[in-house]
Design a protein around this ligand. Structure first.
Ligand SMILES: Nc1nc2c(c(=O)[nH]1)N[C@H]1C(S)=C(S)[C@@H](COP(=O)(O)OP(=O)(O)OC[C@H]3O[C@@H](n4cnc5c(=O)[nH]c(N)nc54)[C@H](O)[C@@H]3O)O[C@H]1N2
Ligand SMILES: Nc1nc2c(c(=O)[nH]1)N[C@H]1C(S)=C(S)[C@@H](COP(=O)(O)OP(=O)(O)OC[C@H]3O[C@@H](n4cnc5c(=O)[nH]c(N)nc54)[C@H](O)[C@@H]3O)O[C@H]1N2
Ligand code: SF4
Ligand SMILES: [Mo]
Length: 764
């Protein structure tokens, strides 16, 4: 039991390769280190990976048997056969009464686990479910839609090789978002020929390393970005030759930009005009600019519009399909792809008529789709690997919505805030006790994939998600031995015969949707090292070859069907992660619609052409609260054991030193923060890194964590007790969690609090 075993960190989308040393008890992670053989992280980890034992072995109410809720709110343990047959009967009954489309599917994976959720479409098909969503529809759908309109393909940015890295509402020092982020930031900051530009109201660790920190007023990015784009146009800093060759719709954009009142917009954002000019010139002068926007703008006013204007900045300067700029990535799945319908022509949700982007219903309308007497309302929810009661806007309303449903099923590893409200809770092995992988692979020019093997045995009583989905599909009568037998017979002849048999089986559209379970039950058992859960990757590997033949060939797998088999074998045997594709930067053009960029999105240009001169903020709400900031020790709600934090254990409210002084607050003093939705009591941390009028609470706090039958304890503020479902983007419905109007009241100083935290100091 003393060898190091390769796996990955599951706390952010980077999924750095790690190795764990399991202790003599066979369950404790005694040591954790970065895995130098991992093709993307190459030994890198941040501070969080080393604390993963708290996920695996934390005192967090681990689930080890299926649970059924009693009328009194408690749970009874039941066996798996009972659980599957009762859930199946319940889902079928709802389908019979209201149609399967009234069963809503939510989740399917977190930061580290997408493999199990990839089997869920079979369960959806077996019970006629139609609508689904996940956390992506509360952050990334604006960006997906804009990218679909402009490029026909989602893009990512090559920060590592950029001369200028532009971060807009993104703090990669803490939140990462690209491999080895802290090292890359330090490299750029150290190099006199490179620069970091940051738009953030907070002087974050990243802003600290930047040459230009545009410390704007919260929620005014659209003004600042418009001013920057307009400056490019005014001062002839745009790359007209490149644009003529590669882009359409330039004239429409230029005519809007020429009318921008640059000075006034900088004043609205409260950033010095000279600093904006200097940053814009630096950007225009660069050989390469990589831009990364994230929650600071994606969960804020004008979020979809900002996603658009942000792209105009680097497009007007020709920063695409070259090293250090933006690129269109490969992948085993189509994550981030949308059809890019013009506004109003998109598919919509059944009750609210909200746009469905990338197949996802906006998270913020889910409660509205339930709490109504509309005949098409959702009647049941199937929730997998996510915690919507805690993570979606307006927790109180989400609780109400779940209570209004006739059936709620949750698959999780822990008794979460959401699981507590379910009718049935199904326990899964942790991500270290089963095969896992994510589809968050956006690397370039070499993209990677990492199929992780279990590093620990699963306890009795849990079942991996693919097995749960297979049993549910079978209990619905959608698949059975009669479907598996011909496929198994074909497989006995070899994979070529199997491929043909799968094609034949999938010719029936009803069966095609069940393919994940067909694969799991037939190919799955034949895979080495009990890798049945990887069966679905066989199709994914062949699809990758079909979509990206040149890139797969360049990575050394050859061509055609044999390439698909080789790629799949490499995935199965590559326990440290493998390179799947290798591209040239120009390859991006082949992935763009018509090999061109579409600069004008008429609906959005109309908005930016008519931006209001922002009225002054309301006196009733003198503060703007960012509800859910990424810090050194936050990790969504994946880490439920409060002891995992080495510091910031209390989840303090950050407040500017100026406001603190004005209100007579010192570190650790308690305040009541009140929003249009609710209020919470919390201790403050005054800091000179914040602007007056701005507040920030960390994400991932306020979990009700219970050990066995003990009363749950909760530390810090659950941010979504303070947010509203109707405070959301007017286009794609993403929430404005970083712009929550608030007020503060100091509380009498009677309770002692742990308020000894500080921000990380960064040696740039
Ligand atoms: N440590 C840690 N890392 C994580 C996670 C975690 O929980 N903890 N979660 C992961 C996930 S799921 C995600 S989506 C990413 C998110 O990663 P980020 O988006 O980087 O995280 P946030 O801290 O939520 O927001 C980023 C920044 O937006 C700024 N901001 C607030 N208001 C405004 C504004 O009006 N304008 C601008 N320009 N900026 C503003 C904040 O000050 C903050 O620095 O992080 C991932 N990485
Ligand atoms: N106010 C506010 N709200 C926010 C944010 C914010 O900044 N502010 N950030 C938002 C963002 S960007 C995101 S991504 C979401 C994240 O919110 P969610 O999508 O709800 O996901 P997580 O908090 O990551 O929780 C993942 C769940 O998976 C469970 N889990 C862990 N391992 C396994 C496994 O192997 N199998 C199964 N079945 N379950 C498992 C965990 O116990 C947990 O319940 O939160 C969002 N909510
Ligand atoms: S949390 Fe840190 S170690 Fe874990 S994947 Fe993200 S960057 Fe890597
Ligand atoms: Mo996220």
């Amino acid at each position: 039991m003393t060898e190091w075993r390769p796996t990955a960190c599951i706390l952010c989308e980077c999924n750095c390769g790690i190795q764990v040393l399991v202790g003599p008890d066979g369950r404790t992670f005694e040591k954790i280190r970065g895995d130098k053989q991992h093709p993307a992280s190459a030994g890198y980890t941040c501070n969080k990976a080393l604390r993963l034992d708290h996920y695996q072995n934390g005192r967090t109410g681990r689930l080890t048997a299926p649970l059924r809720r009693r009328p009194d709110g408690g749970f009874d343990e039941i066996d798996w056969d009972t659980a599957i047959s009762e859930i199946s009967a319940g889902l079928r009954e709802i389908g019979r009464r209201y149609g399967g489309e009234s069963i809503f599917y939510y989740g399917g994976g977190g930061q580290g686990n997408h493999l199990g959720g990839a089997y869920a479409p079979a369960t959806m098909a077996a019970y006629g479910m139609r609508y689904r969503s996940s956390a992506l529809a509360q952050e990334k759908t604006g960006d997906f839609w804009v990218s679909a309109r402009m490029f026909g393909h989602p893009l990512r940015s090559d920060v590592e090789h950029a001369e200028v890295a532009l971060f807009i509402g993104k703090n990669p020092y803490q939140s990462h978002g690209f491999p080895r982020a802290r090292s890359v930031l330090k490299e750029i900051a150290r190099d006199p020929n490179r620069a970091i530009i940051v738009l953030d109201p907070v002087r974050t660790e990243t802003a600290e390393m930047a040459e230009f920190h545009l410390q704007l007023r919260p929620g005014t990015d659209v003004y600042l970005l418009m001013a920057m784009a307009a400056l490019l146009v005014r001062d002839n800093l745009i790359d007209t030759g490149w644009l003529a060759e590669h882009a359409e719709g330039l004239d429409e954009v230029l005519s809007v930009m020429r009318a921008v009142p640059i000075e006034k917009y900088c004043a609205i954002a409260d950033v010095d005009l000279e600093l904006v000019i200097a940053a814009t010139r630096r950007l225009a002068r660069a050989e390469s600019v990589a831009a990364l926007e994230d929650l600071g703008v994606q969960m804020n006013r004008y979020s979809t519009v900002v996603s658009y204007v942000e792209k105009l900045l680097w497009l007007l300067t020709g920063n695409l399909a070259k090293p250090g700029t933006q690129y269109a990535f490969t992948g085993l799945t189509a994550l981030g792809h949308d059809r890019g319908h013009p506004a109003g022509q998109w598919p919509t949700s059944p009750v609210v008529g909200a746009p469905i982007i990338s197949g996802l219903v906006p998270c913020n309308v889910i409660s509205e789709e339930i709490l109504t007497d509309h005949p098409a309302r959702y009647r049941a929810m199937f929730i997998e690997s996510s915690n919507p009661v805690h993570s979606l806007a307006d927790s109180a309303r989400m609780r109400e919505a779940l209570a209004a449903l006739e059936l709620v099923v949750v698959i999780d590893v822990a008794m979460t805030e959401t699981a507590r409200l379910a009718d049935y809770v199904l326990p899964a092995p942790t991500q270290f006790e089963k095969y896992e992988a994510t589809f968050f692979n956006f690397d370039f020019p070499r993209n990677i994939f990492h199929l992780r093997r279990p590093v620990l045995p699963a306890p009795e009583g849990v079942l991996p998600e693919p097995e749960i989905h297979a049993r549910l599909v079978e209990a619905a009568g959608a698949l059975g031995e009669q479907d598996y037998a011909p496929l198994r017979a074909a497989l006995a002849q070899g994979r070529d015969a199997y491929a043909l048999a799968m094609l034949t089986a999938s010719a029936d559209p009803a069966k095609a949707k069940l393919a994940p379970v067909l694969l799991y039950r037939t190919l799955g058992p034949t895979l080495p090292n009990d890798a049945a859960a990887a069966a679905l990757l066989w199709v994914a590997a062949h699809n990758c070859v079909r979509k990206f033949p040149a890139s797969v060939e360049q990575a050394g797998y050859g061509t055609g069907l044999p390439a698909g088999e080789r790629l799949f074998e490499a995935i199965l045997s590559g326990e440290h992660g493998i390179v799947t594709t290798e591209d040239s930067y120009e390859e991006t053009w082949n992935r763009l619609r018509g090999k061109k960029v579409q600069l004008d999105i008429p609906e959005l240009l109309e908005v930016v052409a008519g931006l209001p001169d922002r009225s002054s903020d309301s006196d009733d709400w003198p503060f703007v609260l960012s509800a859910g900031e990424r810090r050194a020790f936050t990790a969504n709600t994946i880490m439920r054991d409060y002891d995992w934090r080495k510091r910031d254990g209390a989840g303090l409210l950050r407040i500017s030193a100026i406001d603190a002084q004005r209100l007579g607050l010192v570190a650790g003093d308690r305040v009541r923060v009140t929003t249009r939705r609710g209020s919470a009591e919390v201790a403050v941390e005054p800091t000179d890194r914040m602007r007056a009028g701005h507040l920030a609470l960390p994400n991932g706090f306020g979990l009700d964590v219970a050990e066995a039958d003990a009363e749950p304890i909760s530390i810090g503020v659950a941010p979504n007790e303070l947010t509203r479902f109707d405070s959301r983007d007017e286009w794609v419905g993403t929430p404005w969690h970083k712009y929550v109007e608030a007020r503060l009241e100091p509380l009498p100083n009677d309770s002692a609090t742990d308020a000894t935290t500080t921000l990380d100091t960064v040696e740039a």
